[in-house]
Design a protein around this ligand. Structure first.
Ligand code: SAM
Length: 450
């Protein structure tokens, strides 16, 4: 029975990893999809375990693949059938990162390969995993360090090579290493109070009473979670929408936008809605917010969440934010643009492996088109926040310069109360946060005016 359960878990994990890559899903979303077809009394335990495995395997994927590619002959793990590659990754992860007995780790994976593929491939995986057991990672890393220092850092900290080069260039060597280290630390959670239901003091008290230790943050309506006994998503106040889980930097955007009661606000890339809801809360359900996103699935989720949070002034629109044009102009706009997500590696390690230079160039074109379209939707004198969870200058400061020089926006000299300055000649007027400095996503905000 125990054996059967373990094999099932390995299959589920390989399914989730494969879905994440094939469909570009978040690990949370892929986990939800795969667990829809799982039932039984151990479901919740299996789900917790699968989540931990998937998260760690995505985090350490480059290091895992380095081990695999050091052992594979005549092929690379990236060239194997994806599901098979993921089974191999699970085996290597269990053995080298989790300290599972090598014989047990090998046996669990080989059994699945035998069942799903054939004896030949089972023998192949068996051979690679037997080699893994003997593989001296430290020695191989030392050799790599002498040959190619950037590749060494990329493998050691399990980050894309382009990112390592980029952050050394942006921050200097020491800060870059601190950032790489902090991206691999456990996720930090923040909660934002829903002012329609309670206030920050009552929320802090409630959380304290329920074994959650919190601290105040530079953002007035946000608490940092320091310790908890029960996961906060299991608390009644979470289920009833008294608070939301929202990253610290993300929760700063609505304050910078500073919407006033009764205004018309447009959110051009709204789902899953953290910033839309925040604006709705600050406006106390007055005025009108039009929330556009081109993902129908994400809008559906937003609709459900809106009810829980008591938000009543939002109209959801399934449309392309590069083209959407309303009849009347807006007083304020949030453009929280789709981006390389290179500031969210600690929270979503799977995105590390999703973007290459070509894809980043493409997303920058979308960002620019959205900036142009935002301008068309804004009234004269209207204001907009442009934000991304990217560390890259071309997605941030360069786009702001584009908005100023090519589109007609003016950059507002907003008095940011925390965070770092940006770079280039507009650096003094924009906001940046970094995971190693602020214990949240690396993030960018600028405020623009028409
Ligand atoms: C950074 S996320 C937005 C997060 C959201 N603002 C929040 O705070 O919860 C970017 C969003 O842009 C959406 N998106 C990407 N391309 C789009 C387009 N052309 N038009 C509208 N939405 C788009 C994605 O579906 C995704 O939901």
């Amino acid at each position: 029975m125990e054996l059967f359960y373990r094999i099932t878990l390995h299959e589920l994990i390989a399914d989730i990893l494969t879905l994440i890559e094939e469909r570009e899903l978040s690990s949370k979303n892929a986990l939800e999809r795969v667990f829809k077809r799982v039932s039984g009394k151990d479901r919740e335990r299996a789900r917790g375990l699968a989540h931990a495995y998937v998260f760690e395997i995505e985090k350490w994927r480059k290091k895992i693949d380095f081990i695999a590619n050091s052992l594979l002959k005549g092929t690379r793990i990236e060239d194997l059938d994806l599901y098979l590659a993921n089974l191999l990754r699970i085996g290597i992860f269990e053995m080298k990162f989790k300290g599972v007995n090598p014989a047990i780790a090998t046996d669990s994976v080989v059994r699945v390969v035998k069942e799903k593929y054939d004896l030949n491939r089972a023998k192949f995986v068996n051979a690679v995993l037997r080699e893994t057991e003997k593989f001296d990672l430290e020695k191989a890393l030392k050799k790599l360090k002498e040959k190619d220092r950037i590749e060494y850092l990329s493998v050691k900290f399990s980050h894309p090579r382009w990112y390592v080069e980029y952050v050394i260039d942006l921050l200097g060597y020491e800060s870059a290493i601190r950032l790489l280290l902090s991206n691999n630390r456990p996720q930090r959670y923040y909660v934002r109070v829903n002012p329609l239901k309670t206030d920050i003091d009552k929320l802090a008290e409630y959380l304290e009473e329920h074994g959650v230790r919190t601290a105040r943050t530079p953002v007035d309506d946000v608490l940092k979670i320091l310790e908890y006994e029960t996961p906060i998503t299991r608390l009644d106040w979470y289920k009833e929408g008294y608070f939301v889980i929202q990253d610290l930097a993300s929760a700063y955007v609505a304050h910078v936008l500073a919407p006033e009661k009764g205004e018309r606000v447009l959110d051009l890339a709204a789902a899953p809605g953290s910033k839309t809801f925040h604006v709705a809360h600050l406006m106390e359900n007055t005025g009108k917010i039009v929330a556009v996103d081109y993902s129908a699935e994400r809008l559906q989720k937003m609709k459900a969440k809106m009810k829980v949070l008591g938000v009543k002034n939002v109209k959801l629109v399934h449309a392309d934010g590069m083209k959407f044009k309303d009849k009347e102009p807006f007083d304020k706009i949030i453009l929280d643009a789709p981006c390389s997500s290179s500031g969210t590696y600690r929270q979503f390690p799977e995105v590390k492996w999703r973007f290459d230079e070509k894809k980043i160039k493409k997303v920058i074109q979308v960002q620019k088109a959205m900036i142009r379209n935002a301008y068309k939707n804004l009234r004269e004198g209207g204001e907009m926040t442009y934000s991304t969870c990217s560390i890259r200058v071309d997605e941030n400061e360069e786009n702001i310069k584009y908005a100023m020089n090519k589109v007609g926006f003016e950059l507002v000299d907003y008095p940011f109360s925390w965070g770092e300055k940006g770079v280039t000649e507009i650096g003094d007027k924009v906001f940046r946060s970094f995971t190693h400095l602020h214990d949240c996503n690396s993030f960018f905000i600028a405020k623009l005016k028409k």
